[in-house]
Design a binder for this molecule. Sequence first.
Ligand SMILES: [Zn+2]
Ligand SMILES: [Zn+2]
Length: 338
Amino acid sequence: MATMRAMSVPARGAKLRMEERPLPEPGRDEVRIRVHACGVCHSDSMTVEGNSPGIDYPRTPGHEVIGVIEALGEGVRGWQTGTRVGVGWSPGACGYCTRCRHGNPFACDNIQGATGVTRDGGYATHMLAHASALARVPAELDPVASAPLLCGGLTTFNALRHCGAGAGELVAIHGVGGLGHLGIQFAARLGLRVVAVNRGRDKEKLARELGASEYIDTTAGDPAAALRALGGARAILATVTDARAMQAIAGGLGVNGTLMVIGAVGALTVDSLELLRKRASVRGWYSGTSVDSEDTLLFSERHDVKSMNELYPLEQAQAAYERMRSGKARFRVVLRMD
Ligand SMILES: [Zn+2]
Ligand SMILES: [Zn+2]
């Protein structure tokens, strides 16, 4: 019997463990993917630490997947075996519910949950995915190096292109880490004036090399005042995982500015008077659908956006996860399967 291997979480809060299982057959509208690489994302903590309700264990995390289609289930149209594909957070969409028909497939009524949370993800040699969750991966992109573009890249690119800022306008990338180092590259290549914001000066040189024209050290003074001194940000892409740090910079928005929240920090306090006065807003941004992933990958290929990664073999997924959680990785952590 053909088998697959997966690094799975056996129970809430338990360490990742290697499992060998029979190779699954794709169900209706599903494909089986032979996984080449899978990024290790901060959001994998939902599965590993179990801080999201309703997860069934054992569960295999991973939502930054690149691989090739190995088998097609019944009813799959438009995809062939051998095609290189990516799978992100989105588990797909039905295409016929009210939300899908209104152009909001990310909130589909019928296909819900998330890859690696409510269904098994890419910390594995193989996985199943709904055909609507697949993104085409350009042949020129390295499958291992590009895996983080399926979440870290998608989230920053998609938030930036919906943040309201046009070419030449000031955008702050708050946090120069796993998300931020991608956000700076996308923002610069989208023609925005990029100011990188981070604690200390360690990452200033890199931020400028990636495309930032300005840099604000949040430990050197009031970061909101520093942004206002530059004219105020048309958008702040808040990638940090600390609500207080986000609150401290929100006042740096300019007129019609938008604080795009992509880091999950729980409750957030903002000064309503500031919002009123500037006609500013606070907006959350879901990462994106498979079509958004495809746009992200194509843009990255054309404009040479690259994720900086530390690579681990699949068997060392626990060490890879801990490295990501330490916050010390430069900048994304990726599992490779072969
Ligand atoms: Zn992610
Ligand atoms: Zn739907």
